[in-house]
Design a protein around this ligand. Sequence first.
Ligand SMILES: [Zn+2]
Length: 388
Amino acid sequence: QLVATLAQGDGFDRMLRRAGVGSDDAERVSELVARNIAVSDIEPGTQVDITLGRRTRAGATRPLEAMEFRARFDLALAIERGDDGRLSLLRKPIRVDDTPLRIRGKVGSSLYRSARAAGAPASAVQQYLKALGDHTDLDRALRADDTFDMVVSYRRAATGERQAGDLLFAGVERGGKPATQLMRWGKDGRFYEASGVGEQRSGLMQPVPGSTSSAFGMRRHPILGYRRMHSGLDYRAGYGTPIRAVTDGQVLGAGRMGGCGIAVRLQHSAGLQTRYCHMSRMAVRRGQSVQRGQIIGYVGSTGLSTGPHLHYEMYRGGRAIDPASVQYVTRAQLAGSELNRFRSTLARLQGIAAGSALEDLVPLPDESVEPEREIDKLAVRRPIRVGG
Ligand SMILES: [Zn+2]
């Protein structure tokens, strides 16, 4: 009886051979396992209990009698040698409850300590502080006599293991009334207030880091030679520098645009558009939604350009405006049926009893804890690390 550990990038075949299993058995096991789960889906570090039988003759490898391991959070796989001498696989599904974990308590002198003492996973406390900090002034958002309220996605297995995931809700109550209520929502996992208002993100991002080399306005054109309107800002940037969307938007156009070369044009809210010229390569397609900070292309020198740089334009109502003159605040607002779904999800999370997911799962009537076989108790477990 021994325990082997599946190392990163390890195959079952290799792990078993290292543990002293013969190549025929190892191959058969790999085949059986592969039929049930992709080996890449099994967590590295998974321990495999292996029972080897007696050697049939001196010098021979010991035959595999049985092995068992946790293939997934909700599935164990067992392999046993039957009376016919053949190895066969048995799936053992593990019941999993995914009721989110809700933790409430007094903030006290340290939110971190109070929340941890109440059973909150460390990662959840960090996400809670980040969510509050992104939406509010953290120094004012939390006082010692406030009540913190957090809900974390959580999974409990009938076998006792727990897995904490993302923070779903971050709340603060002051004097018995909700002071802050934030819930994670949408594919990008941003937090929204109970009213459906997203976090405030002020100002526009710079499309590339660094300084500008040419401002918006009349100038002598470096290639054409005569004075004309420079309808954007030029940024000094090396070839291949990633260009980022200055705020959320949709790709209005992406492709060759005359003297502008390979370019991307974005439509933002409030009738605002931005255009990014002379790219070496685009990273988005027409019609696609982009988020503030998302890479939309790379600096190049296509079109009428003397060398790699970013020519960046902004339009309002179809007219070019000076990008340097615009600093605005964006706040997402959920509306319509999405707002309704948001509200019902929020109500569901707030209906969870605090601490309920800390309890162990109550065994179902047909779910008995397997009594340990006598041999398991007697055998000395010799953990060996294979690979690693
Ligand atoms: Zn320019």
